[in-house]
Design a protein. Structure first.
Length: 630
């Protein structure tokens, strides 16, 4: 197995900070990550079983430490400056310039060999598990989400080419993407489309040499134009001539920014151009582009009219990646708010003076402030466990020996993906808001970085399919249309674990109370599914009206199961004894945070249960919209 070819210890230099230098200085939660991977998810056993026998705990930790250093020292200091400077479009050349220091940071990242982590060795990669790449992505996402979108989108392009591209396409494009010399994007929607890609108009006309001329306009193209790399590979949806209408007539194409000459060098004329940069609420350092295709030369990926199916490879990668934004927002909110609440003095604690030598007690002694901090902490740590478990499923996709094995894992991930993307991005926005709230009026100022975190986090619930789209996907496609197969399999495993902890480990299980509290949530999950399905038979609108509450209920319940497992592991470590003072405090914190989740966050699911089962007539009735204020 190839180790990281070039260590960042030699190349990582502290980032140059331009203009505003304040903000949250990110510290990678190395111990929390190791706890989930090594202890809760039993990383050693997983990587052996998945066929990555050389991915030892020492190797994982070295990768984690190197990326932590890069994220803390290079990316985090560039976050606030990137928000302030944003991207600039040259009206004449149509070139986009990224914020100061960002291109240099990418050069360090590329030289470290990070982009090729999970790519097959025959295409220049290191053949490492996808779950290891997710750990890397979490650190980047939390330190500087907007910067991380540039290499992050390229991972989706690489996955698409790996599964659907021809050998020639892999040799020409995948190798360049893996080494980081080129980056990739996906070009889906258009001004008239939104999520409904059946309305797409971009045309692809086949040429005598087998290539296609692509003509159309794509919008909301993240990182569609930039100065990080010499070339950009766009994965584009378009319609061929005489294609069927709707989504059945969509094909997938490779369209590079610059075409290659026979000697491998690049043409000087652009194959497509950036027509404009969107002015956005947040993620200012990420270039969100309008891309214009005018007889742009491209090549078909796979078969005609199979594009939407193939693009879901990219979209599912992006949806799981987007869920990291929610996790990162919660983690950053906690890291930003915790030190402030320890230092900010205001009034006296209601239970009695804590710091009599000062003018007031630190606000961390106030119950409501602690509630907000624990909300951010519980959401971040619960989301991490949920995401890492799903990423480990993806490892089996890399080593699947038959199409049937691959499909089985893909279906299992398909059930979890809308929960991750929908639920975690929603709670990420809430956590960002709670973190800002801890600062009072100071949180509304740019200096602390909390308002940027909130603005940046907001997009996570919107792109790659809004929360409503994820909810419909979960309830409609992933559960009801599949007869609940993967949902029943997942919940069955959860029941099996809880049964074992409740009955088979009578002497060792310390969280029977939490198990007894969690079991009814799973039972109500079954009941709610049946009721909504029955109602939807006579009125399909019932499905849409209930779906968002259904997704949020699912998310809270799944996170409750993950917190149960984390509490079990932590309590077992404490019971075994022989811990250092630092480890003892760490495990006690896990148990208390889990108890907070069960006491104060899991009960929220009950309101979603009630709302999902309430009459949808007040939602679908027209009277509320007939009144027009004069």
């Amino acid at each position: 197995m190839a180790l990281l070819a070039r260590s960042l210890r030699a190349s990582a230099q502290p980032a140059l900070v331009f203009a505003r230098s304040m903000g949250v200085q990110y510290k990678a939660p190395i111990r929390d990550i190791q706890f989930v991977v090594d202890e809760v998810l039993n990383g050693d056993r997983h990587y052996q079983k998945a066929g990555f026998t050389d991915v030892s705990s020492d190797f994982r930790h070295s990768v984690l430490e190197e990326m932590a250093k890069f994220s803390e020292e290079v990316l985090s200091p560039l976050n606030a400056a990137g928000d302030e400077h944003g991207c600039k479009l040259d009206a004449k050349t149509k070139d986009v310039t990224t914020p100061p220091g960002w291109k240099e940071a990418y050069e360090q990242y590329k030289e470290g060999g990070w982009q090729s982590l999970s790519v097959a060795e025959e295409y220049g990669g290191q053949n490492l598990p996808l779950s290891l790449g997710l750990i890397k992505s979490e650190l980047i996402a939390t330190a500087n989400w907007a910067w991380g979108m540039y290499p992050g989108l390229s991972i989706g392009a690489m996955n698409t080419l790996t599964l659907h591209g021809s050998e020639e396409q892999k040799q020409q494009y995948l190798t360049k993407l893996a080494e980081g010399t080129w980056l990739g994007t996906m070009c889906l929607t258009e001004p008239q489309c939104g999520t409904d890609l059946g309305q797409m108009k971009t045309k692809a006309v086949k040429q005598a040499d087998g290539s296609y001329k692509i003509t159309g306009t794509k919008i909301f193209i993240s990182c569609g134009e930039h100065d990080f790399t010499e070339n950009i590979v766009h994965i584009v949806l378009a319609r061929t001539e005489n294609a069927p209408p709707g989504t059945k007539g969509i094909s997938l194409f490779i369209v590079p920014k610059y075409l290659q000459k026979e000697d491998g060098s690049l043409e000087t004329k652009k194959n497509l151009v950036c027509g404009g940069l969107e002015k956005k609420m947040g993620i200012h350092g990420s270039s969100t582009c309008v891309m214009n295709f005018e007889d742009s030369k491209g090549w078909l990926i796979g078969e005609e009219n199979k594009g939407l199916f193939q693009m879901f490879t990219f979209m599912n990668t992006a949806r799981i990646g987007t869920a990291l934004q929610g996790l990162g927002a919660a983690e950053l909110a906690y890291q930003g708010a915790l030190p402030y609440t320890k230092e900010r003095m205001s009034m006296r604690a209601l239970s009695g003076t804590r710091e009599p030598e000062k003018a007031g007690d630190a606000i961390i002694h106030h119950g409501d402030v602690r509630r907000m901090l624990l909300t951010c902490k519980a959401f971040a740590e619960g989301a991490r466990s949920m995401m890492y478990e799903t990423s480990m499923l993806a490892d089996y996709m890399l080593t699947a020996k038959t199409p049937e094995e691959h499909k089985k894992v893909d279906d299992e991930m398909g059930f979890l993906t809308p929960i991750l993307k929908g639920f975690i991005t929603e709670i990420g926005v809430e956590a960002a808001s709670q973190g800002l709230q801890c600062f009072g009026g100071h949180g509304y100022l740019q200096d602390w970085g909390m308002e940027q975190n909130m603005r940046d986090a907001r997009i996570g619930t919107l792109y790659e399919g809004t929360t409503g789209i994820q909810a419909l996907d979960l309830l409609g496609r992933k559960i009801l249309l599949q007869g609940g197969k993967n949902w029943l399999s997942y919940t069955g495993e959860c029941f099996k674990y809880m049964k074992k902890q409740l009955w088979d480990n009578r002497q060792t299980s310390q969280h029977k109370r939490e198990i007894v509290r969690l079991l009814p949530y799973f039972a109500k999950w079954y009941y709610m599914t049946g009721r909504v399905a029955l109602r939807a038979r006579s009125d399909a609108d019932a499905l849409s009206a209930a779906s968002n509450d259904y997704l949020m209920y699912s998310g809270y319940t799944v996170m409750g199961f993950h917190w149960l497992r984390m509490m079990d592991v932590a309590s077992e470590r404490l019971a075994n004894g022989g811990l250092s003072k630092e480890d003892e405090l760490f495990y006690k914190a896990k148990v208390q945070t889990g108890q907070f989740y069960f006491d104060h966050l899991l009960p929220r699911a009950n309101s979603h249960f009630q709302s999902a089962l309430a009459s949808h007539k007040s939602i679908m009735g027209e009277d509320a919209f007939n009144f027009q204020q004069q």
